[in-house]
Design a binder for this molecule. Structure first.
Ligand SMILES: CC(C)(COP(=O)(O)OP(=O)(O)OC[C@H]1O[C@@H](n2cnc3c(N)ncnc32)[C@H](O)[C@@H]1OP(=O)(O)O)[C@@H](O)C(=O)NCCC(=O)NCCS
Length: 364
């Protein structure tokens, strides 16, 4: 019979830092064990996100896997529920999960965020700019890239060592080339590429996905045009957080069509909305007149019902709808905002969706 193991099964061997319990200071892996052997496991971690100067802890769940002989018994689903509880207890305001499949959707997760997607080709990027050059990102570029990342209005807080590790050695798995963009010979931006899943095992993959970026938007646009002139690269899928209006506008200027998208291969859900709103209060202050913000209240019950109110106006929704409203979803989010009565609708439309962020190097 399988059971969740931490104390009782601490002697069970596992592939990672199994059964550690110091979540805020490092990732932990939880496993379901059967006959003292892990048969399903998942990794949990918390990473702080900075949003316009405010900081909110975000939970991450990745590496979900179940031994083929134990699949279809609900073990991965239980590991997700354990993760939600542990991450919330440790202070995470919402959780981002690497993966988008039925298992996750049934656990109350929805496709992550609101993004604007472009499919760039040589034909729709305009001519390359001779002043802009691409050079492979190396460990010596780590401080530059960290600085560009840190100056993004919304970003994960990370150690610089993450870049050193990511820039040394050749790309592996789904990760592809990483470039620093030189404009007039000076570093101006960086971007990291991934392979589309369906091309990962292809001997000569022709597609790329923008995995992470930072720095000058003008330099980036020119860099994408140069990239698409490199032999063997035909398409670049660019998925931009909805609030990056500069880059979105620059790419639209070349006549490229865009579509609304989610963070590829990720799902998410809120864990603690009152806590999140408290963390982001200075940001919220800049978006709402003080009188409205003062009377705005948020409560969440232990079974995940969220009630937003402003004076007599009140809206109660389940966690999935609250996630769509606050963290963004193409259709459900605006529909939930529209269903709010009176001035609560005005508040919801002014505050949400919150800015989105690419997982990039934090993708586990
Ligand atoms: C995905 C995975 C973790 C699910 O684990 P699990 O313990 O079987 O999951 P649960 O029983 O809690 O959830 C039901 C899942 O099992 C599948 N399932 C149901 N009955 C099954 C059976 N008899 N045999 C195998 N799978 C079955 C369902 O398809 C469902 O997954 P889906 O709807 O997302 O496709 C497991 O299949 C796995 O390890 N796959 C390989 C690694 C992987 O893809 N990880 C996810 C990365 S995003």
């Amino acid at each position: 019979m399988a059971s969740f193991g931490q104390d009782a099964d601490a002697d069970v061997p596992a592939s990672k830092s199994c059964f550690s319990s110091v979540l805020p200071s490092g990732p932990e892996t939880w496993a379901v064990v059967s006959n003292k052997r892990p048969v399903a496991q998942a990794d949990y971690s918390i990473i702080a996100m900075r949003c316009h100067g405010c900081v909110a802890p975000v939970g991450h769940i990745g590496g979900v896997c179940t031994d083929p002989a134990f699949r279809g018994r609900g073990l991965a689903g239980q590991l997700l529920q354990v993760g939600f509880r542990r991450l919330r207890k440790a202070g995470a305001r919402w959780v981002l999960v690497s993966g988008d499949r039925g298992l996750y959707r049934r656990s109350g997760l929805i496709p992550a965020g609101v993004f604007t997607a472009f499919k760039l080709t040589k034909a729709n990027t305009g001519p390359p700019d001779p002043r802009v050059r691409l050079t492979p990102a190396e460990p010596k570029h780590a401080p530059w890239c960290a600085r560009w990342h840190e100056s993004e209005p919304v970003h994960y807080l990370r150690s610089r060592e993450l870049y050193d590790g990511a820039f040394s050695g050749g790309p592996t798995g789904f990760r592809a080339e990483r470039f620093v963009v030189l404009a007039n010979g000076r570093p101006a931006a960086y971007f990291l590429l991934a392979l589309p899943w369906e091309q990962v095992d292809h001997p000569r993959p022709t597609g790329r996905i923008l995995f992470e970026y930072g720095g000058s938007r003008l330099a980036l646009r020119a860099a994408f045009a140069s990239l698409l002139r490199k032999p063997g690269i035909r398409t670049l899928r660019v998925v931009l957080p909805h609030q990056d209006l500069d880059l979105i506008q620059l790419l639209r200027q070349t006549g490229t069509r865009s579509s609304v998208a989610y963070l590829p291969d990720h799902t998410h859900r809120l864990l603690d909305l009152p806590g999140l709103l408290k963390d982001l209060r200075p940001t919220l202050c800049s978006r709402l007149p003080p009188a409205l913000l003062q009377s705005f209240r948020c409560r969440q019950t232990s079974d995940g019902v969220v009630t937003l109110s402003c004076g007599p106006d009140r809206l109660s929704v389940d966690m999935e709808k609250a996630t769509a409203l606050v963290l963004g979803s193409e259709t459900t989010g605006p529909a939930v905002a529209r269903s709010a009565p009176g001035s609560l609708r005005e508040i919801c439309e002014a505050l949400f969706p919150l800015p989105a962020v690419l997982a990039g190097l934090n993708y586990s």
